[in-house]
Design a protein around this ligand. Structure first.
Ligand code: ATP
Ligand code: MG
Ligand code: FE
Length: 337
């Protein structure tokens, strides 16, 4: 089964062909980071315009790289939500036009299901499985009992982890997207500012990062007021240590409680060196298999959408021509117990 995946929910326009939900045949990502940098974040109108310019090109490039034509495909899968509505619609309309013109079925895919299924491109999923989803807009712990079944056991009550990274980066005057730079600074640092760990209620699997972000801002302001010079590397390291410690501890506790057979990390922040190292070390000690995709499959791409879409295709899920962008789409199971 060959599936074309298309992703345009935020600032990457991407297309990919995946075989049997497990093997990448081609993978094209056109990033807009340069265009959004000077605004310090993603500007929706600019994102939409870029998607319009790029979407046909990335689809053609994905076919070309695979050395395939539309006739070789079995279906088209596209990100249905969540994301920027204007951005989503461009991928969806391109997908519909391509599918209709070539007599192919179309399937709308949840972006976070995609992030999770990036892992299926690396090794088989083993259930029950725990996924730590950490991205620009989401921080969630998800239990999967089988393919297509998602149970949300915890999520952020305010900022997502990636959002916190990007906001702290702004405070430190680091260009967008701040995550990778803060990661690097933390890695190079020879010290760390002591910032709080936000645990919430004892049993909670929820997260909160806005208090930590405020602590960083206050630290910076107090230093300026006292005429002190701050060490940005120490701030980056202190911030990252707090994020990583809380994410790791809650993920381990969930893995134990739900007796999972596999733990995976997903989403842009799972590209973080500090987080990867912490999770790898901890789960090795726990004796629970832990996996995280290579960096280019952690951040937004279409191979992950094709991977999740392939499993939906196998399960008989189909969308119709009324498929529309759903900016606030919830992660719901496509298979129930
Ligand atoms: P969502 O997937 O929730 O809809 P998104 O698609 O915008 O949001 P992703 O593309 O998955 O998010 O991830 C982007 C986020 O990942 C940004 O916030 C970015 O700063 C962060 N990020 C990327 N690399 C790293 C890193 N090495 N360390 C920390 N954060 C990182
Ligand atoms: Mg992005
Ligand atoms: Fe994403």
């Amino acid at each position: 089964v060959y599936i074309l995946g298309i992703e345009s929910s935020c600032d990457e326009t991407a297309a990919s062909i995946v075989k049997n939900g497990t093997t990448i045949i081609s993978n094209i990502v056109a990033s807009q980071i340069e265009s959004h940098k000077r605004f310090g974040g993603v500007v929706p109108e600019i994102a939409s315009r870029h998607h319009v310019e790029q979407v046909t090109l990335v689809i053609e490039a994905a076919l070309e790289q695979a050395n395939m034509t539309a006739e070789d495909l079995d279906g088209v899968c596209v990100t249905e939500g969540p994301g920027l509505v204007g951005a989503l619609l461009i991928g969806i309309n391109a997908a519909k036009a391509f599918a209709f013109a070539n007599g192919l079925p179309i399937i709308g895919v949840h972006h976070i299901a995609g992030h999770i299924y990036a892992n299926a491109l690396m090794q088989p999923m083993v259930f029950p499985l725990l996924a730590l989803v950490v991205s620009g807009g989401h921080t969630e712990l998800v239990i999967m009992k089988e393919h297509g079944s998602f149970e949300l056991i915890g999520e952020t009550r305010d900022d997502a982890a990636g959002e916190a990274y990007d906001k702290v980066a702004r405070v430190l005057n680091i260009p967008y997207p701040g995550g990778p730079r803060i990661d690097q600074m933390a890695h190079n640092s020879d010290g760390a500012v002591d910032f709080p760990r936000i645990w919430l209620e004892k049993d909670s699997y929820d997260f909160s990062f806005s208090g930590l972000k405020s602590s960083v801002i206050n630290y910076q302001h107090n230093a300026i007021q006292r005429g002190e010079v701050i060490n940005p590397e120490h701030v980056a390291k202190g911030f990252q240590d707090s994020v990583v410690e809380v994410l790791t501890a809650k993920t381990v506790r969930a893995a134990q409680q739900y007796k999972v057979k596999q733990v995976i990390a997903a989403g842009g922040v799972s590209a973080n060196k500090g987080l990867r190292a912490s999770l790898e070390k901890t789960f090795e000690k726990e004796g629970i298999p832990f996996y995280v995709p290579p960096l280019h499959l952690c951040t937004d791409n279409a191979a992950m959408i094709a991977a999740a879409g392939s499993k939906m295709y196998e399960a008989g899920v189909r969308s119709d021509w009324s498929l529309n962008g759903r900016p606030g789409m919830e992660l719901i199971s496509w298979k129930h117990d």
